[in-house]
Design a protein around this ligand. Structure first.
Ligand code: ATP
Length: 256
Protein backbone atom coordinates (compact mmCIF):
# COMPACT_ATOMS: atom_id res chain seq x y z
CA UNK A 1 0.00 0.00 0.00
CA UNK A 2 1.12 3.54 -0.59
CA UNK A 3 1.45 6.09 2.17
CA UNK A 4 1.81 9.83 1.96
CA UNK A 5 5.42 9.74 3.22
CA UNK A 6 6.62 7.77 0.22
CA UNK A 7 9.34 9.15 -1.98
CA UNK A 8 8.25 10.40 -5.40
CA UNK A 9 9.63 8.29 -8.23
CA UNK A 10 8.25 10.38 -11.09
CA UNK A 11 7.26 14.01 -11.12
CA UNK A 12 5.71 15.53 -14.25
CA UNK A 13 5.02 19.25 -14.60
CA UNK A 14 3.14 21.31 -17.15
CA UNK A 15 3.06 18.48 -19.69
CA UNK A 16 1.67 19.55 -23.06
CA UNK A 17 1.52 17.28 -26.09
CA UNK A 18 0.52 18.08 -29.66
CA UNK A 19 -0.30 15.65 -32.47
CA UNK A 20 0.53 18.03 -35.32
CA UNK A 21 -1.44 21.18 -34.45
CA UNK A 22 -3.90 19.39 -32.21
CA UNK A 23 -3.16 19.77 -28.51
CA UNK A 24 -4.00 16.49 -26.71
CA UNK A 25 -2.57 17.32 -23.25
CA UNK A 26 -3.03 20.79 -21.77
CA UNK A 27 -0.50 21.05 -18.94
CA UNK A 28 -0.53 17.99 -16.70
CA UNK A 29 1.07 18.15 -13.23
CA UNK A 30 1.20 14.69 -11.70
CA UNK A 31 3.52 12.87 -9.26
CA UNK A 32 3.85 9.16 -8.57
CA UNK A 33 5.08 7.44 -5.39
CA UNK A 34 7.81 4.82 -5.56
CA UNK A 35 5.46 1.95 -4.68
CA UNK A 36 1.84 1.14 -5.44
CA UNK A 37 -0.65 1.43 -8.26
CA UNK A 38 -2.00 4.66 -9.75
CA UNK A 39 -4.96 4.26 -12.12
CA UNK A 40 -5.56 6.74 -14.94
CA UNK A 41 -9.28 6.88 -15.73
CA UNK A 42 -11.42 9.04 -17.99
CA UNK A 43 -13.58 8.83 -21.10
CA UNK A 44 -12.29 7.75 -24.47
CA UNK A 45 -10.02 10.40 -25.97
CA UNK A 46 -9.29 12.13 -22.65
CA UNK A 47 -5.52 11.67 -23.05
CA UNK A 48 -4.74 8.79 -20.67
CA UNK A 49 -2.75 6.69 -23.14
CA UNK A 50 -1.12 9.77 -24.65
CA UNK A 51 0.15 10.78 -21.20
CA UNK A 52 1.24 7.22 -20.33
CA UNK A 53 3.17 6.84 -23.58
CA UNK A 54 4.88 10.19 -23.02
CA UNK A 55 6.45 8.81 -19.83
CA UNK A 56 8.77 6.39 -21.62
CA UNK A 57 9.08 8.45 -24.79
CA UNK A 58 7.01 6.14 -26.97
CA UNK A 59 6.00 9.19 -29.02
CA UNK A 60 9.61 9.47 -30.23
CA UNK A 61 8.62 6.69 -32.64
CA UNK A 62 5.82 8.80 -34.18
CA UNK A 63 6.13 11.72 -36.60
CA UNK A 64 4.73 15.11 -35.79
CA UNK A 65 4.38 14.79 -32.01
CA UNK A 66 5.64 17.62 -29.79
CA UNK A 67 6.03 17.16 -26.05
CA UNK A 68 6.86 19.98 -23.62
CA UNK A 69 7.06 20.15 -19.84
CA UNK A 70 9.27 18.39 -17.32
CA UNK A 71 9.51 14.70 -16.49
CA UNK A 72 11.80 14.02 -13.56
CA UNK A 73 12.27 10.29 -13.04
CA UNK A 74 14.37 9.53 -9.97
CA UNK A 75 16.74 12.34 -10.91
CA UNK A 76 16.75 11.56 -14.65
CA UNK A 77 15.34 14.19 -17.01
CA UNK A 78 13.39 11.85 -19.30
CA UNK A 79 13.45 14.25 -22.29
CA UNK A 80 17.07 15.37 -21.95
CA UNK A 81 18.87 14.82 -25.28
CA UNK A 82 21.46 12.73 -23.42
CA UNK A 83 18.89 10.30 -22.00
CA UNK A 84 19.27 6.91 -23.67
CA UNK A 85 15.80 5.63 -24.58
CA UNK A 86 16.82 1.95 -24.61
CA UNK A 87 18.07 2.29 -21.05
CA UNK A 88 15.03 4.40 -20.11
CA UNK A 89 12.63 1.71 -21.37
CA UNK A 90 14.45 -0.88 -19.27
CA UNK A 91 13.90 1.29 -16.21
CA UNK A 92 10.32 2.09 -17.24
CA UNK A 93 8.78 -1.09 -18.62
CA UNK A 94 5.54 -1.15 -20.58
CA UNK A 95 2.77 -3.74 -20.93
CA UNK A 96 0.32 -3.18 -23.78
CA UNK A 97 -3.34 -3.91 -24.37
CA UNK A 98 -2.69 -6.90 -26.62
CA UNK A 99 -0.38 -9.58 -25.28
CA UNK A 100 2.63 -9.24 -27.57
CA UNK A 101 5.04 -12.15 -27.17
CA UNK A 102 7.87 -12.38 -29.68
CA UNK A 103 7.68 -15.53 -31.83
CA UNK A 104 10.25 -17.26 -29.62
CA UNK A 105 10.06 -19.65 -26.70
CA UNK A 106 8.64 -18.46 -23.38
CA UNK A 107 12.18 -18.62 -21.96
CA UNK A 108 13.64 -16.45 -24.73
CA UNK A 109 10.81 -13.93 -24.41
CA UNK A 110 11.67 -13.37 -20.76
CA UNK A 111 15.44 -13.54 -21.29
CA UNK A 112 15.26 -11.07 -24.21
CA UNK A 113 16.02 -7.85 -22.34
CA UNK A 114 18.81 -9.46 -20.36
CA UNK A 115 20.46 -10.85 -23.49
CA UNK A 116 20.16 -7.38 -25.02
CA UNK A 117 21.96 -6.04 -21.96
CA UNK A 118 24.78 -8.53 -22.63
CA UNK A 119 23.99 -11.23 -20.04
CA UNK A 120 25.30 -14.55 -21.42
CA UNK A 121 25.75 -16.78 -18.37
CA UNK A 122 23.13 -19.56 -18.58
CA UNK A 123 22.79 -19.95 -14.81
CA UNK A 124 22.16 -16.21 -14.40
CA UNK A 125 19.60 -16.24 -17.20
CA UNK A 126 17.86 -19.37 -15.84
CA UNK A 127 17.54 -17.84 -12.42
CA UNK A 128 16.28 -14.48 -13.72
CA UNK A 129 13.72 -16.11 -16.04
CA UNK A 130 12.36 -18.29 -13.23
CA UNK A 131 12.20 -15.37 -10.81
CA UNK A 132 10.38 -13.09 -13.26
CA UNK A 133 7.87 -15.79 -14.24
CA UNK A 134 7.20 -16.48 -10.55
CA UNK A 135 6.73 -12.75 -9.86
CA UNK A 136 4.26 -12.64 -12.74
CA UNK A 137 2.40 -15.64 -11.24
CA UNK A 138 2.71 -17.75 -14.38
CA UNK A 139 5.68 -20.03 -13.56
CA UNK A 140 3.62 -23.07 -12.55
CA UNK A 141 1.69 -22.91 -15.81
CA UNK A 142 4.69 -22.58 -18.14
CA UNK A 143 7.60 -24.29 -16.35
CA UNK A 144 7.20 -27.53 -18.33
CA UNK A 145 7.00 -25.80 -21.72
CA UNK A 146 9.61 -23.08 -21.25
CA UNK A 147 11.36 -23.89 -24.50
CA UNK A 148 8.21 -24.06 -26.61
CA UNK A 149 6.79 -21.07 -28.49
CA UNK A 150 5.07 -18.49 -26.29
CA UNK A 151 2.54 -18.10 -29.11
CA UNK A 152 1.07 -21.46 -28.01
CA UNK A 153 0.05 -20.04 -24.62
CA UNK A 154 -3.41 -18.67 -23.86
CA UNK A 155 -3.92 -14.89 -24.11
CA UNK A 156 -3.95 -14.58 -20.33
CA UNK A 157 -0.73 -16.58 -19.98
CA UNK A 158 0.88 -14.54 -22.77
CA UNK A 159 -0.02 -11.34 -20.94
CA UNK A 160 1.56 -12.58 -17.70
CA UNK A 161 4.66 -13.61 -19.73
CA UNK A 162 4.68 -10.02 -21.07
CA UNK A 163 4.69 -8.81 -17.45
CA UNK A 164 7.56 -11.25 -16.68
CA UNK A 165 9.50 -9.98 -19.71
CA UNK A 166 9.27 -6.45 -18.33
CA UNK A 167 10.13 -7.51 -14.75
CA UNK A 168 13.22 -9.45 -15.88
CA UNK A 169 15.17 -6.25 -16.50
CA UNK A 170 14.43 -4.97 -12.96
CA UNK A 171 12.39 -1.89 -13.87
CA UNK A 172 11.73 0.92 -11.42
CA UNK A 173 8.33 1.75 -12.90
CA UNK A 174 5.76 -0.28 -14.85
CA UNK A 175 3.34 1.30 -17.31
CA UNK A 176 0.26 -0.77 -18.16
CA UNK A 177 -1.99 0.39 -21.00
CA UNK A 178 -5.36 -1.37 -20.55
CA UNK A 179 -3.59 -4.68 -19.88
CA UNK A 180 -6.76 -6.71 -19.38
CA UNK A 181 -9.08 -5.25 -22.01
CA UNK A 182 -8.30 -8.02 -24.54
CA UNK A 183 -8.65 -10.82 -21.96
CA UNK A 184 -11.50 -12.99 -20.69
CA UNK A 185 -12.71 -12.44 -17.09
CA UNK A 186 -10.64 -15.26 -15.56
CA UNK A 187 -7.44 -14.09 -17.27
CA UNK A 188 -8.22 -10.48 -16.27
CA UNK A 189 -8.63 -11.61 -12.68
CA UNK A 190 -5.24 -13.40 -12.83
CA UNK A 191 -3.54 -10.23 -14.10
CA UNK A 192 -5.20 -8.16 -11.37
CA UNK A 193 -3.99 -10.65 -8.74
CA UNK A 194 -0.48 -10.46 -10.20
CA UNK A 195 -0.48 -6.65 -10.06
CA UNK A 196 -1.77 -6.69 -6.48
CA UNK A 197 1.14 -8.94 -5.49
CA UNK A 198 3.63 -6.60 -7.17
CA UNK A 199 2.33 -3.35 -5.73
CA UNK A 200 4.40 -3.47 -2.54
CA UNK A 201 7.59 -3.69 -4.60
CA UNK A 202 6.97 -1.61 -7.71
CA UNK A 203 5.51 1.67 -8.87
CA UNK A 204 2.83 1.01 -11.46
CA UNK A 205 0.61 3.25 -13.58
CA UNK A 206 -2.36 1.59 -15.22
CA UNK A 207 -4.73 3.03 -17.83
CA UNK A 208 -8.09 1.37 -17.44
CA UNK A 209 -11.61 1.80 -18.78
CA UNK A 210 -12.95 -0.31 -15.98
CA UNK A 211 -13.87 1.71 -12.92
CA UNK A 212 -14.40 -1.50 -10.96
CA UNK A 213 -10.85 -2.52 -11.86
CA UNK A 214 -9.48 0.87 -10.78
CA UNK A 215 -11.32 0.62 -7.47
CA UNK A 216 -10.23 -3.00 -6.89
CA UNK A 217 -6.53 -2.63 -7.52
CA UNK A 218 -5.33 0.98 -7.38
CA UNK A 219 -4.09 3.00 -4.42
CA UNK A 220 -4.49 6.31 -6.22
CA UNK A 221 -6.67 7.37 -9.13
CA UNK A 222 -6.20 10.26 -11.55
CA UNK A 223 -9.21 11.41 -13.57
CA UNK A 224 -8.52 12.82 -17.05
CA UNK A 225 -11.01 14.77 -19.14
CA UNK A 226 -10.40 16.36 -22.58
CA UNK A 227 -6.62 16.42 -22.11
CA UNK A 228 -6.73 17.88 -18.59
CA UNK A 229 -6.12 16.26 -15.24
CA UNK A 230 -9.28 17.04 -13.31
CA UNK A 231 -8.38 15.42 -10.00
CA UNK A 232 -6.00 12.93 -8.39
CA UNK A 233 -6.38 11.41 -4.94
CA UNK A 234 -6.55 8.17 -3.03
CA UNK A 235 -8.81 5.84 -4.97
CA UNK A 236 -11.47 5.67 -2.28
CA UNK A 237 -11.79 9.47 -2.25
CA UNK A 238 -12.15 9.62 -6.02
CA UNK A 239 -14.90 7.01 -5.98
CA UNK A 240 -16.72 7.96 -2.79
CA UNK A 241 -16.11 11.63 -2.23
CA UNK A 242 -14.46 13.42 -5.19
CA UNK A 243 -13.88 17.16 -5.03
CA UNK A 244 -14.97 17.98 -8.57
CA UNK A 245 -18.40 17.63 -10.09
CA UNK A 246 -16.98 16.24 -13.37
CA UNK A 247 -15.29 13.43 -11.44
CA UNK A 248 -18.51 12.66 -9.57
CA UNK A 249 -20.45 12.57 -12.84
CA UNK A 250 -17.92 10.23 -14.45
CA UNK A 251 -17.48 7.77 -11.59
CA UNK A 252 -21.23 7.56 -11.10
CA UNK A 253 -21.62 6.63 -14.78
CA UNK A 254 -23.32 9.83 -15.93
CA UNK A 255 -21.06 10.08 -18.99
CA UNK A 256 -18.12 8.42 -20.71
N1 ATP B 1 -1.49 9.17 -33.18
C1 ATP B 1 -2.40 10.14 -33.02
N2 ATP B 1 -2.55 11.12 -33.93
C2 ATP B 1 -3.45 12.11 -33.78
N3 ATP B 1 -4.27 12.22 -32.71
C3 ATP B 1 -4.19 11.27 -31.78
C4 ATP B 1 -3.26 10.17 -31.88
N4 ATP B 1 -3.40 9.39 -30.77
C5 ATP B 1 -4.37 9.96 -30.03
N5 ATP B 1 -4.84 11.08 -30.63
C6 ATP B 1 -5.88 12.00 -30.10
O1 ATP B 1 -5.45 12.48 -28.84
C7 ATP B 1 -6.54 12.53 -27.93
C8 ATP B 1 -6.23 11.66 -26.71
O2 ATP B 1 -6.20 10.29 -27.12
P1 ATP B 1 -5.77 9.12 -26.14
O3 ATP B 1 -5.71 7.86 -26.97
O4 ATP B 1 -4.60 9.50 -25.37
O5 ATP B 1 -7.03 9.06 -25.17
P2 ATP B 1 -7.43 7.94 -24.14
O6 ATP B 1 -8.02 8.66 -22.97
O7 ATP B 1 -6.30 7.03 -23.88
O8 ATP B 1 -8.57 7.21 -24.96
P3 ATP B 1 -8.97 5.67 -24.98
O9 ATP B 1 -9.50 5.40 -23.64
O10 ATP B 1 -10.02 5.61 -26.06
O11 ATP B 1 -7.73 4.89 -25.33
C9 ATP B 1 -7.77 12.08 -28.70
O12 ATP B 1 -8.44 13.21 -29.18
C10 ATP B 1 -7.18 11.27 -29.85
O13 ATP B 1 -8.02 11.30 -30.96
Amino acid sequence: MTDSKQKTILSTRDVHLWYGKKEALHGIDLDFPEKGITALIGPSGSGKSTYLRAINRMHDLEDNVTVTGSFNFNGTDIYAPTTDTVDLRKRIGMVFQQPNPFPFSTYENVAFGLRLAGVKDKAVLDEAVEKALKQASVWDEVKDTLHKSALGLSGGQQQRVSVARVLATSPELLLLDEPTSALDPVSSHNIEETLLKLRDDYAMIIVTHSMSQASRISDRTAFFLSGDLVEVDETKHIFLNPEKKETQDYVSGRFG
